[in-house]
Design a protein around this ligand. Structure first.
Ligand code: ADP
Ligand code: ADP
Length: 234
């Protein structure tokens, strides 16, 4: 069973003469463990698609099914609950809390969700170590580089063990070296730890790390490429 299934997904902002047809019938399937990149120029509908799959906004028509649950049939409260249980978000801006250190930032969503704090800190520490920040647990965001701050955000997203990671231009605020490092880390999270990832980016060098690239133009899927990787290559 796929983790994400969208059927004839349409999003129109506004109405009448000023209506913007942001998505014009998107059919997208993401299987468990897949790393899918959605690529396309600014304004093609990438963020809209990610927001609809993440339950941050509602479609004009069509359906979104995440891990077997039809978002379009759920109430706002039910969607919020599903988002907390099943989705991990990574954004362009890291949204870390300045007064908290890396470990506290990564553990906070689990604690707010009712996970016992010793368990939350254990899982946060485990993921911070995996993303290479084992030596930075006590550092505040201001004491970390942009790439390191994004790693904290990635650890925070993964620590609650979501069914899917939704990443919206996660390298948009990083220099090209740090961007490539983050793309490699997402690749590793997929191939080594089997997590499912939907990445939205306008950058072909970043999209190239995915298993599959879906090309979006003017609200429609216009092409799709499955990346070839040699045996043993990550
Ligand atoms: P991308 O992420 O690829 O840059 P978006 O999904 O942000 O594209 O936008 C797709 C289209 O929808 C664009 O024309 C954008 O201006 C428009 N759009 C996005 N959000 C809104 C909104 N809240 N209200 C009106 N138009 C919007
Ligand atoms: P992104 O980098 O995510 O594509 P945008 O600059 O497209 O960001 O959009 C930033 C915010 O503004 C989003 O919440 C989007 O929905 C909203 N937005 C984008 N285009 C429009 C628009 N034409 N009218 C109103 N809101 C918009």
């Amino acid at each position: 069973e796929p983790i994400v299934l969208t059927q004839n997904l349409v999003k129109i902002y506004g109405q009448g003469l000023t209506a913007v047809h942001a998505l014009k019938g998107i059919n997208l399937t993401i299987q468990p463990g897949e790393f899918v990149a959605v690529m396309g120029p600014s304004g093609c509908g990438k963020s809209t698609l990610l927001h609809l799959i993440g339950g941050l906004d509602r479609p004009t028509s069509g359906t979104v099914i995440v891990d077997g649950e039809n978002l379009t049939q759920l109430s706002d409260d039910q969607v919020t609950a599903l988002r907390r249980r099943k989705m991990g978000f990574i954004f362009q801006f890291f949204n870390l809390i300045p007064v908290l250190n890396a470990l506290e930032n990564a553990a906070l969503p689990m604690i707010l969700d009712g996970t016992r704090s010793d368990e939350a800190f254990k899982r946060a520490r485990e993921w911070l170590e995996r993303v290479g920040l084992g030596q930075r647990l006590n550092h505040k965001p201001s004491e970390l580089s942009g790439g390191e701050q994004q790693r904290v955000a990635i650890a925070r997203a993964l620590a609650s063990d979501p069914a899917i990671i939704l990443a919206d231009e996660p390298t948009g605020n990083l220099d090209s070296r740090a961007s490539e490092d983050i793309a490699m880390l997402l690749r590793q999270i997929s191939s080594e730890w089997g997590r499912t990832i939907l990445l939205v980016t306008h950058d072909p060098r970043i999209a190239a790390y995915a298993d599959r690239i879906v090309f979006l133009k003017d609200g429609q899927i216009v092409d799709e490429t499955v990346m070839e990787r040699r045996n043993g290559e990550q």
